[in-house]
Design a protein around this ligand. Structure first.
Ligand code: ADP
Ligand code: MG
Length: 253
């Protein structure tokens, strides 16, 4: 079982879209995937076709230790993967976790129990360095960083890189950056091409080959309760995410 966080401290950069569509893409190439929604907004849950307002059990119960993942996860109806869902209740976990034992390792321990049941676990992180994100980073082998090729992109990245270094040094020696994924890319915009080149110059092989284009079908899919990958498999965005799933599998051997 390989565990990855989809993380970036900025909001609206494409984390959830990446988590949901990578999950569907990996499922499509035959992998058994669990998507963990660690954001109280519950967008990954809804985007997987699961009503966040009607979750019998969620990642909140798992973090507090009142339920196991095996009983709390459910299948995404169209996605082909399992989901450990989240909703607003999760926002309270932040406070409740503080007094608990091994508070940043709760998700890691819970995942150990379903070790043999999934090939990949993808964790959709909230846009902050909270105790929730810390649980994701402590559980993971690696981080996938979606980013838009915009002017301030590199600047924001240094915060994330520092955070990952600190977690690596203090809490999780396994943790590494698997790669940077260029998302919402529009090749007609010169600035995006320039930032993309800067990224490659600076991070080299850590930049994934696959580029996710800006594609309206990816943005429409959540309102139909499914990943873009299954909603419109022929769309450019869907094709790119399946390609990215293949690249992940290849890169990880
Ligand atoms: P985050 O989880 O980082 O906040 P989201 O994945 O929710 O970001 O994406 C932010 C917005 O951008 C959403 O409305 C989403 O549908 C849209 N979006 C994300 N990726 C793409 C893309 N490749 N093409 C077009 N729209 C996208
Ligand atoms: Mg999100």
């Amino acid at each position: 079982m390989r565990i990855f966080c989809i993380a970036n401290q900025k909001g609206g950069v494409g984390k959830t879209t990446t988590a949901v569509n990578l999950a569907a893409g990996l499922a499509q190439v035959g992998k058994r995937v669990l998507l963990v929604d660690l954001d109280p907004q519950g967008n990954a849950t809804m985007g997987s076709g699961i009503d966040k307002r009607a979750l019998p059990l969620s990642v909140y119960d798992v973090l507090l230790g009142t339920a196991g993942i095996a009983e709390a996860r459910q299948a995404s109806p169209k996605g082909g993967y399992q989901v450990l869902g989240a909703n607003r209740e999760l926002a309270g976990a932040e406070v409740e976790l503080v007094d608990l034992d091994r508070r940043e390792k709760r998700l890691k321990s819970a995942l150990a129990e379903v070790r043999d049941e999934h090939d990949f676990v993808l964790i959709d992180c909230p846009p902050s360095l909270s105790l929730l994100t810390l649980n994701g980073l402590c559980a993971a082998h690696g981080v996938v960083v979606p980013m838009q090729c915009e002017y301030f992109a590199l600047e924001g990245l240094s915060d994330l890189v520092n955070t990952i270094k600190q977690v690596h040094a203090n809490l999780n020696p396994d943790l590494q950056i698997i790669g940077l994924l260029r998302v919402m890319f529009d090749p007609r915009i010169t600035l995006q091409q320039q930032v993309s080149e800067q990224l490659k110059a600076h991070f080299g092989a850590k930049v994934f080959d696959t580029v996710i284009p800006r594609n309206v079908r990816l943005a429409e899919a959540p309102s139909y309760g499914q990943p873009g990958v299954t909603f419109d498999p022929a769309s450019k965005g869907a094709v790119a995410f399946v390609e990215f799933a293949r690249e992940m599998v290849k890169r990880l051997g």
